[in-house]
Design a protein around this ligand. Structure first.
Ligand SMILES: Cc1cc2nc3c(=O)[nH]c(=O)nc-3n(C[C@H](O)[C@H](O)[C@H](O)COP(=O)(O)O)c2cc1C
Length: 233
């Protein structure tokens, strides 16, 4: 990141924001969008590229969901696994996101890897994973992370911070007494995609976009289950 003058030296916030560099990644190798039969291997290749380029926390993504009244909600979380079935993430069924997904499983995951100038958008529906998958995910967390997950009334108002400390301490004690304990609300979800878009920045603003989508019932011609389209930038 080049040296940028502090915000106070700009006329207004707008001017400061305009001065911040964006899409600074250098051009990618020509074959970087070479399509694979399904989106999963291409995603993994891109994720490997992001890791190799030192992109911080490339496994973090924005999960978008909707509320009952149609309002959109979104938050960052961690990608737990990827395979041909879909993109896995986890959290509490009692959290707002858990309730939103139960009411409407339509969801999207958005990855942005600035260091390599790439974005991936995964859209589809979230399926609750099988109980052993959720249990394994929970048990792989640290004791503290398990205790917080078990104790937390996530996203509710915390009136008294001492209440949090008490609840987590009790939860740690329960886990230490029974290390195999799995919080009943912990859930792994699989975002089963119907569309996955790969977006590649170009220094000359001729960005490249490749979208995979599952054909509708009438199309029925794809051998892999996916159709690819190049999109206008
Ligand atoms: C880098 C990062 C990783 C996170 N990972 C998770 C995660 O894996 N699962 C989760 O439930 N929340 C995770 N969070 C917290 C969520 O962003 C969010 O605050 C929380 O899940 C409550 O969201 P909700 O009220 O929409 O349910 C993470 C936050 C950040 C910034």
């Amino acid at each position: 990141m080049p040296d940028i003058a502090p915000r106070s030296e700009f006329d207004d916030t707008r001017a400061w924001l305009r001065a911040l560099p964006a899409l600074t990644a250098t051009a990618a190798p020509a074959d970087v969008l070479g399509p694979t039969p399904t989106p999963c291997p291409l995603f993994l290749r891109w994720l490997e590229d992001a890791v190799a380029a030192g992109v911080p926390e490339p496994q973090a993504a924005v999960l978008s969901t909707t509320e009952d009244d149609g309002r959109v909600d979104a938050r960052v979380l961690i990608l737990k696994d990827v395979g041909e079935r879909g993109w896995w993430f986890s959290g509490s069924v009692d959290s707002p996101k858990g309730r939103q997904l139960a009411a409407n499983p339509s969801a999207a995951l958005t990855f942005y890897w600035a260091g390599v100038g790439r974005q991936v958008r995964v859209r589809g529906h979230a399926e609750p994973g099988e109980a052993p998958v959720s249990a394994r995910d929970y048990l792989e967390r640290s004791v503290t992370a398990r205790a917080v997950a078990a104790a937390s009334r996530q996203s509710e108002v915390l009136a008294d911070p001492a209440e949090y400390d008490r609840a987590v301490a009790e939860s740690v004690a329960r886990i230490e007494a029974d290390p195999g304990l799995v919080a009943s609300a912990w859930q792994a979800w699989c975002l089963v995609p119907d569309s996955v878009e790969f977006w590649l920045a170009d220094p000359g603003r001729r960005h490249q976009r490749l979208r995979y989508r599952r054909p509708g019932p009438s199309a029925g011609r794809s051998t892999t289950g996916w159709i690819t389209d190049v999109l206008w930038p």
